[in-house]
Every structure is written in structure tokens, then in C-alpha cells.
Design a protein around this ligand. Structure first.
Ligand code: ZN
Length: 211
């Protein structure tokens, strides 16, 4: 058995309806707009049991009201749009600057995930595994590696999905990240550009890469 199929098995263990091919399972739930950033990869997904998660999203059953905290790999399967709307409404009412900032980060993350969801839900099983694996790394590191982001952007552009690169955070922490950056094509680098912080632009210039 492939290691990545374990996700499917973990889901089926908790909700046998999924294994029974209940296509509507995910449609019965929706993202509530509630979100937690644990700051460190310490959380567990209530749906699949995946550990080492930094971000948590609350999804609720439309009929029973049962609510569970899931990770960003699992949340890709649920309807994010209603939650995103609620977040925007809350943000408009935020009084303190700090609270507004927290909500702004949340809005950016949900905006990013809903773009990923666009390609995820049309992707083949194998591509879905690949996307979940990249999102899993994102969950632990707080950003995507250059090669992962290059792959995701290429997939989104090829599928004709609307892409807002600025909402995808990039990580340039490890030596491997910098090696990946050197291997990217000029066009991939151009897509990454809006996702970069000022500090990252500086770092990349110091590496001798021209953007
Ligand atoms: Zn999960």
C-alpha cells in the first residue's frame, strides 16, 4: 500500500460513509469561518488524525451541527466559501488593530486554500496526493518551498484557474529551499515574485538571482 493512501484509510476509519463511496459526505459540512493558528505544528486533525499541524479550521455538519477541527489538507475537501464570507464580515467589524491583523492573516490563508481547492477538486487521485503532501509541509513550515510553489502555480495556470500568487507564502529557510530556487525557470521565478517579502527579495538578490 502506498504511504499516502493512509489519509484515505484514516478518514474511512472515522467516517465509514466515506469508504462506502458516500460522495456527498463533504457537501454535508461547511467551513464555519473559525480558524486557529497554533503558531507551532502541534495540532491534530479531528477528521484524519494527522499530527503536527499549525493551522486548524472548524467545519460543522449542516444538519446535526457536529463540529470538528481539521487541518488544511482535509479542509480542501469542504466548502470554504461560506466561511470565507463570514471572516470578511467579522473583519469589517474588528475594532482593535491587532484583532484586524489576525483576521487579515486568516483571510489570506483561506483565500489561498480556496484557490488550491479549485485545482484539488479537479485533480487526479495522484495529483491530489501530491497537493496534500505539499500542503502538509506548508502546515509544518508556515510556507511552501520554491519547488512546491513552482509546481502548484504551474498546475493552476495550466488548469486555467485564477491565481493570486501574493497569497501563497514562500519559505526560504533551509539550504534545500535555496537550491530549489536556483533550479527554477525564469517564468517560474516571475510567478513567485508577488509571493515574496521584501527581505526574501533581498536574500534572492544576494544569491545572484535576478528577478
Ligand atoms: Zn485531516
Amino acid at each position: 500500500m502506498e504511504k499516502s493512501d493512509q489519509w484515505q484509510l484514516r478518514l474511512a476509519a472515522r467516517y465509514p460513509e466515506i469508504q462506502a463511496g458516500e460522495e456527498n459526505f463533504f457537501n454535508q459540512w461547511t467551513h464555519t469561518g473559525q480558524f486557529r493558528d497554533h503558531g507551532k505544528p502541534i495540532a491534530v486533525c479531528d477528521l484524519c488524525g494527522n499530527r503536527g499541524l499549525r493551522y486548524h479550521f472548524l467545519v460543522a455538519h449542516r444538519q446535526t451541527g457536529e463540529a470538528i477541527w481539521v487541518g488544511s489538507q482535509c479542509v480542501l475537501n469542504f466548502d470554504l466559501s461560506e466561511g470565507a464570507m463570514l471572516v470578511r464580515q467579522r473583519q469589517a467589524r474588528q475594532v482593535t488593530e491587532e484583532a484586524a491583523k489576525v483576521e487579515a492573516n486568516q483571510t489570506q490563508l483561506i483565500h489561498m486554500l480556496s484557490q488550491l481547492q479549485g485545482i484539488y477538486q479537479l485533480a487526479s487521485k495522484q495529483e491530489q496526493r501530491q497537493i496534500r503532501w505539499m500542503v502538509g509541509k506548508f502546515q509544518q513550515r508556515g510556507g511552501f518551498s520554491p519547488a512546491d510553489l513552482g509546481w502548484l502555480f504551474a498546475a493552476m495556470l495550466a488548469s486555467g484557474h485564477q491565481l493570486d500568487p501574493a497569497s501563497f507564502p514562500l519559505i526560504l529557510r533551509a539550504k534545500k529551499d535555496r537550491q530549489e530556487l536556483h533550479q527554477l525557470s525564469i517564468s517560474a521565478l516571475n510567478w513567485l515574485k508577488p509571493a515574496l517579502t521584501e527581505k526574501q527579495c533581498q536574500k534572492i538578490a544576494e544569491m545572484g538571482i535576478r528577478l
